[in-house]
Design a protein around this ligand. Sequence first.
Ligand code: UDX
Length: 437
Amino acid sequence: MRISVFGCGYLGAVHAACMAHLGHEVVGIDVLPEQVQRLRQGQAPFYEPGLDELLAQGRASGLLEFATAPEAAATATVHFVCVGTPQRKNELGADLSYVRAAVDSLLPHLKPGDVVVGKSTVPIGTAEQLAEVIRGAVPGAELLWNPEFLREGFAVEDTLRPDRFVYGIADTDQGRAAAAVLDAVYATALDAGTPKIETDMATAQLVKVAANSFLATKISFINAMAELCEATEADVKSLADAIGHDDRIGRRFLNAGLGFGGGCLPKDIRAFMARAGELGVDQALSFLREVDSINMRRRIRMVDLAREVCGGSIVGRRIAVLGAAFKPDSDDVRDSPALNVSAQMQLQGAYVTVTDPKAIDNAAKRWPDLVFVTAVEDAVAGAEVVLVATEWPEYVGLDPVALRGMVKTPIVIDGRNCLDPVTWRAAGWTYRALGRR
Ligand code: UDX
């Protein structure tokens, strides 16, 4: 099939590469010329395991093209909208200007029978408005809503082998015909038995924000328990293990620590609250305000813990922060708890040195006043506190005995509950973590 993908960021670049991998002819369209240039050279503009290989493969096979001009979509019959919906400045709601601009730029090239597939995360009601615009401009063209659930770091896997498909379709012959076209696009995964839920537009849009709200709530739940543990000398990791054995609860997403960040969960729960307010049901989501507050309190508490281990003040103390990305296997630093804490500590007088295996360039652009080094050895040299803020495997696997010889004071704060306290203490370290004895 001939496919266009509007927006070549985290979602769109991966989607375009994966669709070409499945044998479709794909053109990715983005307004940023430098982004398009890199993609044409087969290089991902961000770090995502497996993506460079897929891009190179797509380029070599001739199935994957990139362009800045929306005219490139003219020969395609299925058009995916994959642009970002960031949080508006000084508002909780989502900025839909990129979605509207993408659809507007597509309209002159749309033909009757074409299918437009919305994948961006949008406030409920957006898809219905866009469907009207599309049908009004090109009778016979149809919009479906097909939210994505990909996780950074696993984006290729999640796109090629998703755990489910959700289609939001109009209850008309044209809507059903469009769904059949999307079935053909996803034939490989559907034939392999991937479940598909066909529903209305409103539910399809709601599924995405509901899923992210649930995940955020689960993380904040365990972090709230961590606050309880801190007040009672209980241990949040044992608690999570114990309640996680109950299948109804499950152990995944119960890792207490610095909390959630990134380009999705924080802004999605805020946009959801804003939309609920507009719909007159803000009470239904008032718990998300608490979810957000618990999450933000972890960052403040982390700075307090650093102060505590420094004997009451961090002014002039050398703190090494291992990790800048919001999570491992990503170079994404959007709303990264690691950088938030690093900046707070620096602003409060500490000498902070940050390292990360992949995210230093992005981090330095966002936080130019912080000090970044590439090697762990350089970050920890002479440190009085080592704070593990992102659970990269290379930090989890650090040898505490070797590291002890490099620091000034062997104090480690495990911001992600990812180190083994027994091994670290045996190597002579003072080990501290949120929610643990
Ligand atoms: C999330 C959703 O998981 C994905 O389905 C959606 O499509 C986009 O948003 P992502 O932002 O890539 O994906 O990250 P995710 O793996 O969900 O982690 C989000 C944050 O939560 C990270 O900062 C992570 O460190 C944190 N987290 C995750 C915890 O603090 N504890 C956990 O147990 C799990």
